[in-house]
Design a protein around this ligand. Structure first.
Ligand code: C2G
Length: 133
């Protein structure tokens, strides 16, 4: 029987417990978890600022997790279907902040949106650390 590969995407900047819980829950949907880590340039284009940690650092952090089997660089949101096909993804897992936004790949894999962990975010952490002076 063939392996069921789960694929998910994210920036994973200033890595926190919401990130790890999402990856652990994503991994439970199959046998193998592959993670697309968003490129620095993609963040600048979409969010107007570079992440705190570089793409190489963020990929290294995500790749070190027990529940993660492989990582690759996500350079464009529009290439999601290509990435899923390249990586053999059978199910795409995204946080529900993206609910409905990637339904257009459901012709190549199952698409699942999982609830986010409340009360923790990279932006909130950056603001909290900045306020410490
Ligand atoms: N997450 C979560 N709970 C939080 C914060 C984040 O479950 N409190 C999840 C998000 O829903 C996402 C993953 O952790 O599934 C990574 O979050 P981000 O780094 O914020 O990812 P994002 O910048 O939204 O991804 O193709 C999508 C892009 O890569 C962007």
């Amino acid at each position: 029987m063939s392996e069921r590969t789960v694929i998910t995407f994210g920036t994973f900047d200033v890595f926190h417990v919401g990130h790890v819980r999402m990856l652990q829950r994503a991994a439970e949907h199959g046998d193998r978890l592959v993670v697309g880590v968003s490129a620095d340039a993609l963040n600048v284009a979409k969010k107007g600022r570079p992440p705190v940690f570089t793409e190489d650092e963020r990929m290294e952090i995500v790749a070190s997790l027990k529940c993660v089997d492989a990582v690759f660089l996500e350079e464009s949101l529009e290439k999601k279907r290509d990435y899923i096909l390249e990586q053999g993804g059978k199910v795409l897992v995204m946080g529900d902040d993206w609910a409905g936004r990637f339904d257009w790949v459901s012709d190549v894999c199952e698409v699942i949106y999982l609830p986010r962990t409340p009360s923790v975010s990279t932006t909130g952490l950056i603001e909290h650390i900045s306020s410490l002076g």
